[in-house]
Write a protein that binds this ligand. Sequence first.
Ligand code: UDX
Length: 443
Amino acid sequence: MKLAVVGTGYVGLVTGTCFAETGNQVTCVDIDVRKVEKLNNGIVPIYEPGLETLFHRNVEEGRLTFTTDLEEGIKGAEVIFLALPTPPGEDGSADLKYILKVASDLGPILSQYAVIVDKSTVPVGTAEKVHAHIADNAKVDFDVVSNPEFLREGVAVEDFMKPDRVVIGTKSDRAKAVMNKLYAPLVRQGNPVIFMDERSAEMTKYAANAFLATKITFMNEIANLCERAGANVDDIRRGIGTDSRIGKRFLFAGIGYGGSCFPKDVQALARTAQDFDYDFKVLKSVMEVNYEQKTKLMPLILNHFGGDLKGKTIAIWGLAFKPYTDDIREAPALDNIKELLAAGAKVTVYDPEAMENVRNVIGNSVTYAHTQYAALDDADALVIITEWPLFRTPDFDKMNLLLKNKVIFDGRNVYELDQMREVNYTYYSVGREAVLAPVEQKV
Ligand code: UDX
């Protein structure tokens, strides 16, 4: 099939590349001239495991092309994906200006029936708005379908190629047939395509992300309670996760969720509820708890050092909002750096992928270390913010030579408590008792 993808951000690029990989002819369109130039020169602007290989193969074999010209890009396309940004407006609702602008531009240049697909995460009722904007100037028949993505950063290619499910919102049989044909190679894995109306598909995306954010937040609150009640959140996770009604995944307590989706989508769903005069109480709590959770290690750090961090150097391992990405949007690392600096500490950071992005946001207010160990040189304590696998089995002998004190504040429960007792570290984590080393200070 011939497809167009408008918007070459994270979702658009993965969608375009993966559909080229299943044999379609894909043209990606973006207004950003420099980005399109880069893509045409074979440069993938985002870090996403597995994407480069597919990208290069499909570009070389001529199935994947890039242009800034919308009319040229959509010529002959049976399906046109809109993968455009929907940043939160001041009131928390998703801003639709980019999507509706493209919708208006599409009307006069559509020359044959096409299915226009909303891939972006958009509030209930957007498909109808997109339809109206296109219809204003359209000369041909078209359908607007809602087809939300459920891609996790870091495993987006796998999530795309082997989806748990594909959700398609349309009442048009013609559009259903087109979408069925397009997704056939992916659902051969046995996963369902679930058809529903446009509004339900739009709501499904928000419900999925808000539910997952709630699941994490619930565990974060259980962790906070565990700390007070002397219980261990890891045991609770194992104890409840084995119940198939609950499920094992997304039960890991920590210093809060971040990223480009959960915070934005929870906020947008809360806003939608407000628009429909519904008081969605759970979502309000989720937002509040997550905000507080992000810096929950700070009082422990301050308390450990007698309330003052002046003259102290704190090392941070992990800046990205989660492992396997360089994305720092809404990353707890940024909140922690800000508070540590405000408390007078010097901060040295290390992340395998996200340092450049952090430098672009906060400049040289922190020191960037070349390795995880270099970050520890002369540091008074280590704070772990992102659970990169690299941090799971470090060389403790090496760490002992570098750190001034054997103290770790772990926001992701990377180590076992017994392991910390063995290496004689003072160890604070989330939802578990603190391990206080009998002799912490080095001699
Ligand atoms: C999410 C959704 O999973 C995806 O379906 C959607 O389309 C986009 O948003 P992503 O933001 O890439 O994907 O990250 P995800 O792996 O879902 O993690 C989100 C956040 O939750 C991260 O900050 C992560 O650290 C945190 N998290 C996740 C926890 O704190 N505990 C967990 O158990 C799982």
